[in-house]
Ligand binder design. Sequence first.
Ligand SMILES: *[C@@H]1O[C@H](CO)[C@@H](O)[C@H](O)[C@H]1NC(C)=O
Ligand SMILES: *[C@@H]1O[C@H](CO)[C@@H](O)[C@H](O)[C@H]1NC(C)=O
Ligand SMILES: *[C@@H]1O[C@H](CO)[C@@H](O)[C@H](O)[C@H]1NC(C)=O
Ligand SMILES: *[C@@H]1O[C@H](CO)[C@@H](O)[C@H](O)[C@H]1NC(C)=O
Ligand SMILES: *[C@@H]1O[C@H](CO)[C@@H](O)[C@H](O)[C@H]1NC(C)=O
Ligand SMILES: *[C@@H]1O[C@H](CO)[C@@H](O)[C@H](O)[C@H]1NC(C)=O
Length: 293
Amino acid sequence: MGSNRSWFIIWVIFYLSLSSCGHASNSSNPDALDAFIHDFAQKSLEKRPTGTLYKVPLPANFSGMDVSVVRLRSASFWKSGANFSSFGIPPSVLPMPYARRLAIVYQNLGNWSSYYYKVPGHTLVAPVVGFMAYDAPDLSALGNTMLLLSIQGEPISVRFSQIAVAEYANVTMKCVEFSAGGSVKLSNMTTPNVCIARGQGHFSIVIPTPPPPNKVSLWKWWVVGFGAGFVGLVLVGLFGIVIFKLVKRKKIKDMEKETEKSVAFDSIWIGLSRMPSATASRTQPDLENEYAP
Ligand SMILES: *[C@@H]1O[C@H](CO)[C@@H](O)[C@H](O)[C@H]1NC(C)=O
Ligand SMILES: *[C@@H]1O[C@H](CO)[C@@H](O)[C@H](O)[C@H]1NC(C)=O
Ligand SMILES: *[C@@H]1O[C@H](CO)[C@@H](O)[C@H](O)[C@H]1NC(C)=O
Ligand SMILES: *[C@@H]1O[C@H](CO)[C@@H](O)[C@H](O)[C@H]1NC(C)=O
Ligand SMILES: *[C@@H]1O[C@H](CO)[C@@H](O)[C@H](O)[C@H]1NC(C)=O
Ligand SMILES: *[C@@H]1O[C@H](CO)[C@@H](O)[C@H](O)[C@H]1NC(C)=O
């Protein structure tokens, strides 16, 4: 019993340490990435003409990500909107607080998307794209003030070109919006490959994750393994008990045999001598034995 309980405790500790290992994966913080990209874009924004989109050269270890920046005069942004990268920002969008010029930083996280962004129970089927607007106080700088876009009329459209719709034709794709602070909002996709945005943030497309066969079978194996282990333990325990009982029974039998022998001897002895007292008859051979050489 005691050993079974300690096995159980060992099992619990093992299981807990395993599951804590699983949760300890310190995933990448997307807000830190945004800050990093902002700083990088800020450094690279010098001497660039207003109104044209250009790529921000990222360090080599960010390979696979795509970041670009455009600087705009607020007047022209209001009049014509901004149609760059994956985002169609319609006219009549007001950046708040007011800035004479603004800079929009566009991100496409490419193969880094699922590294930074996850939707529980869903799989990303398009890269995560995002945009943020900042003030642009003078010709050569990207400011530090983030601007909020106040959208009254038509929303911003987010175009995704890198999904194969046919591949997912009979699953429902959903638009997902990641807002600051890690909140995730799912919505129906009304136009193929297009999502709707009402402000800056990060966007992608997800499908419900099919039950992962590998994980399930792994779990099954774990369960089977522990089950077999447990059964084995019980069997070992039963075997031990049986052995113990057999040994005990043999001992008892031997003792019984001994007593039978002595009883038989006694009765024979008694029969021969016809002594009336049993105590006397039993002590006598002992005494004799003691004096035997
Ligand atoms: C995870 O954390 C460990 C230390 O706790 C660190 O060495 C490692 O670089 C981190 N990984 C990521 C992807 O942030
Ligand atoms: C690239 O390296 C820098 C430090 O050199 C680090 O701060 C950054 O997180 C790395 N990028 C990625 C995507 O891990
Ligand atoms: C993305 O792809 C690039 C190469 O194109 C690679 O260097 C990078 O490690 C990949 N990132 C991830 C998270 O796999
Ligand atoms: C925005 O640009 C895309 C191509 O990048 C184009 O297909 C679309 O028609 C443009 N929209 C407007 C309103 O100009
Ligand atoms: C889509 O439907 C076809 C036919 O009904 C089926 O064979 C296929 O497995 C389905 N694909 C998905 C991803 O559900
Ligand atoms: C999303 O689509 C589902 C079915 O396709 C529908 O039942 C649901 O009402 C839709 N949600 C919204 C917010 O339109």
